[in-house]
Design a protein around this ligand. Structure first.
Ligand SMILES: Cc1cc2nc3c(=O)[nH]c(=O)nc-3n(C[C@H](O)[C@H](O)[C@H](O)COP(=O)(O)OP(=O)(O)OC[C@H]3O[C@@H](n4cnc5c(N)ncnc54)[C@H](O)[C@@H]3O)c2cc1C
Length: 376
């Protein structure tokens, strides 16, 4: 089958690798520069993902992982959550006899690895700095910004939250802003960090740490939109200092930036004229549990499983049926955590506190939660 993928980010590029593995021909279109065009930067970029163990193993099987720069990922084997009522629950990989829960990886390094692998395939055509000018969905032909045309059997929209493919196919979106921003900062930490990620909930919104090395961390601080918008660098540094200094000791900030938080989902994941949406083009969720790209990778896995087993339209129908359900469940869970942990009301907070207490007591439940965090 001839597959055209619009969007060469984490999900689009990994979908291209999966498509080639299954014997398809692939054209990958990216409107930005090719991720592997410039030399890799030694410093970590701010866009980082926690990829759970199941997806790390999938990326290993695809042959992607060996291309990821070893300086740009870091394994973590524990995670903890602290509620507003100061209840702390800790999960460790060794409770399920595993070595790690997943890895923190720089998005850019992972995309670069996919593109490097794609370049070794004859059946892959990579077109960077290219956009689609016209979509003829009936004829399954697109016209590119340089005037060339491409025909396809399947067009995948992996072009992120503002998907042009979804618009071309007339697929509507439903979503809303959380009215919050997420501040990310890379910090060099003096004291060695444990190989664990943690998150603390407080009235203003959670704050968290992702370890990137024994002395390097990504600090995350969620606050109301106005608290992170139009603030000076000195104010940001002051707020971070007040939040993190007591927990991690002295540190030096390398860089920081904030992102608005939005929840959005496509009303359909496919169009019978041979179009499907994957990754953030189909759903973007609250990053609080680090699940966004993990859901996108799951879309790719399920889509290619179905394509290998069924005719095209039936495969797309099955893909939508399976993934809408899974992704919506995750979105609802994120909302429950977001509103429950922040709530001023005693009831949701009490329910979460009781829930955490119960989880700590019931070993099989705790082990199941750890396995879910690892992707199983
Ligand atoms: C603050 C923050 C923290 C996050 N942390 C995590 C985490 O820890 N773990 C996790 O799993 N997820 C996390 N996420 C979510 C994760 O980053 C996204 O889910 C993921 O990047 C989505 O990948 P994607 O390839 O679907 O879309 P994108 O990353 O948006 O990639 C889309 C690509 O398509 C290209 N493109 C767009 N439009 C066009 C067009 N018209 N033509 C051609 N190309 C186009 C873009 O240039 C881009 O390369 C986080 C998100 C945020 C905002």
């Amino acid at each position: 089958m001839q597959i055209v993928i619009v969007g060469g980010g984490l999900v689009g590029a990994s979908a291209a690798v999966a498509a080639l593995r299954d014997g398809h021909k692939v054209t990958l279109l990216e409107r930005g520069a090719a991720p592997d065009a410039a030399a890799a930067n030694g410093d970590w970029d701010l866009r980082i993902s926690s990829v759970h163990q199941k997806n790390v193993e999938w990326l290993e099987q695809l042959g992607v992982w060996t291309h990821v720069d070893a300086q740009k990922f870091f394994s973590y084997d524990g995670l903890s959550v602290t509620t507003r009522d100061r209840q702390r629950l800790h999960f460790a990989a060794d409770e399920v006899n595993a070595e790690r829960l997943g890895v923190m990886v720089e998005n850019e390094a992972l995309v670069r690895a996919c593109w490097q692998l794609l370049r070794t395939h004859e059946a892959a055509k990579l077109l960077a700095e290219t956009e689609v000018q016209n979509y003829d969905l009936e004829q399954r032909v697109i016209t590119l910004s340089d005037g060339k045309t491409l025909s396809y059997d399947l067009l995948l929209g992996a072009d992120g939250a503002n998907s042009a493919v979804a618009k071309a196919a007339g697929i509507g979106m439903r979503g809303w802003d959380y009215g919050m921003r997420c501040l990310l900062a890379i910090a060099e930490v003096e004291q060695p960090l444990p190989t664990e990620t943690w998150e603390v909930f407080r009235a203003d919104g959670p704050y968290a740490l992702l370890p990137l090395g024994r002395h390097l961390a990504c600090l995350i601080d969620y606050r109301a939109e106005e608290e992170w918008h139009n603030v000076t660098k000195a104010e940001v540094e002051q707020k971070l200092q007040a939040t993190f200094a007591d927990v991690i000791g002295p540190y030096k900030l390398q860089k920081q930036a904030s992102f608005p938080l939005r929840r959005q989902r496509a009303l359909r994941y496919f169009d019978a004229r041979g179009v499907a949406l994957i990754g953030d083009a189909a759903h973007s969720i609250h990053p609080l549990a680090g699940q966004g790209v993990n859901l996108g990778f799951a879309d790719v896995q399920v889509l290619f499983e179905r394509l290998a087993a069924e005719p095209l339209t039936s495969a797309l129908t099955s893909y939508e049926r399976q993934q809408v359900h899974v992704n919506q469940q995750m979105m609802r869970a994120m909302d429950a955590i977001h509103f429950g942990f922040r709530s001023e009301h005693l009831l949701p907070r009490a329910a979460i506190a009781v829930g955490l207490g119960a989880v700590a007591q019931i070993k099989p439940l705790k082990r199941q939660i750890i396995k879910t965090a690892m992707g199983w």
